[in-house]
Write a protein that binds this ligand. Structure first.
Ligand code: HEC
Length: 157
């Protein structure tokens, strides 16, 4: 193969690889990258630490809590942007850092000025492996809502 053709092919391949990398669900987290966890074990961690006492997940069957909790917040589902692992880890370990707007909106005006998350602190109880599996499980529950792209004209009709 002539050298020039080879160069063009190599350039094409690297462009394609770059494009493929850009279509990933969430951007890579700078300076903070967790190893890939185990999804199935992550769901067990969710139940073990009683996260389902306050959260539901669309499409995931979780054990019932009796009596039902007064406030239940759904996590996961269809979103415009999937949270990356750093954001999810922060939501669990340091929940008051970025409060869910959905939660703040549910409180009355007087409470809104000084809100902290009711989530317990898990840092002493949870192992790092459990935390990694939990974050992998949580991230898989969010699905990127795709815009309704124009499909083009149907030339057959
Ligand atoms: C006592 C109730 C309670 C428990 C138990 C609880 N959470 Fe939460 N969680 C909340 C509330 C209320 C919010 C919204 C306020 C906030 O952002 O912290 C929240 C927010 C979150 C968010 C961010 C959601 C968003 O859309 O921003 C995640 C992720 C989350 N919780 C995961 C967990 C996990 C995992 C566990 C178990 C290890 C857990 N929670 C246990 C009450 C709880």
């Amino acid at each position: 193969m002539p050298r020039k053709t080879f160069n063009i092919l190599a350039l094409g391949t690297s462009l394609l690889l770059t494009l493929a990398a850009c279509t990933r669900e969430s951007p890579p987290v700078k300076g903070f990258v967790l190893p890939e966890g185990d999804l199935v074990k992550g769901e067990k961690v969710f139940v073990k630490y009683n996260c389902h006492a306050c959260h539901t997940i669309p499409g995931v069957d979780l054990p019932r809590i009796e009596p039902p909790p007064p406030f239940v917040m759904a996590i996961g589902g269809e979103v415009y942007r999937v949270k990356n692992s750093g954001e999810l880890l922060t939501a669990v370990l340091n929940p008051t850092h970025v409060l869910s707007q959905e939660y703040v909106a549910k409180l009355d005006k007087a409470q809104q000025s000084n809100v902290s998350s009711p989530m317990p602190y898990y840092g002493d109880a949870m192992s790092i492996t459990e935390m990694i599996n939990l974050v992998t499980f949580l991230q898989a529950q969010y699905h990127k809502l795709m815009p309704d792209f124009f499909q083009g004209y149907d030339l057959e009709n």
